[in-house]
Design a protein around this ligand. Structure first.
Ligand SMILES: [Zn+2]
Length: 134
C-alpha cells in the first residue's frame, strides 16, 4: 500500500486515517467501527467533549444542506454573501472539530466559489490556495 500526502506533514505530526464517516455522530461512528474490531477512544468519540463534537458535526451537516439548497436555487437564501459566510463558518467548525482532508477542502472550495460569485477574484484565489494546503 502506498499513501500519498495531499499537504505538507510537519515533523512529529500525528497521521491518522478515518475508518468511518467523520461527519457522523459518535454513536454512528462507533457502530461503523464494529466490523474493524476496535473502539475509538479519541476525544471526539469518547472524550468529555464528544457531545460538543456531535453538535459541531450536526451544524456542519446543516450548513452543507443549506449550501446545497443555495446551489440548486432552492430555499430562502439568495445572497452570495450569506452563502460565503456559511461556508466560512463551516471551515471554522471543521477546524474546531479537527476534521481536515476532503471535508475542509470542500469547505474552502465552496468559499472560493462564493467569493467568485461576489466578483472577488483575490479572495477566490486565497481560498483556492487553501485547498489541499490547510
Ligand atoms: Zn474517534
Amino acid at each position: 500500500m502506498v499513501i500519498t500526502a495531499t499537504r505538507t506533514i510537519q515533523k512529529d505530526e500525528e497521521i491518522t486515517i478515518a475508518y468511518t464517516e467523520l461527519l457522523a455522530k459518535a454513536r454512528d461512528r462507533r457502530l461503523d467501527l464494529v466490523p474493524f474490531g476496535f473502539i475509538c477512544k479519541c476525544e471526539a468519540c469518547d472524550g468529555s467533549e464528544s457531545t460538543m463534537h456531535d453538535a459541531h458535526r450536526l451544524a456542519i451537516l446543516h450548513i452543507l444542506d443549506q449550501l446545497d439548497d443555495y446551489d440548486r436555487g432552492k430555499g430562502d437564501m439568495e445572497d452570495p454573501k450569506v452563502a460565503l459566510g456559511l461556508a466560512a463558518a463551516m471551515v471554522h467548525l471543521l477546524k474546531a472539530t479537527g476534521i481536515m482532508g476532503i471535508h475542509l477542502d470542500e469547505a474552502y472550495s465552496r468559499c472560493a466559489d462564493h467569493a467568485s460569485e461576489l466578483g472577488d477574484e483575490e479572495l477566490h484565489e486565497k481560498f483556492m490556495h487553501r485547498v489541499n494546503n490547510d
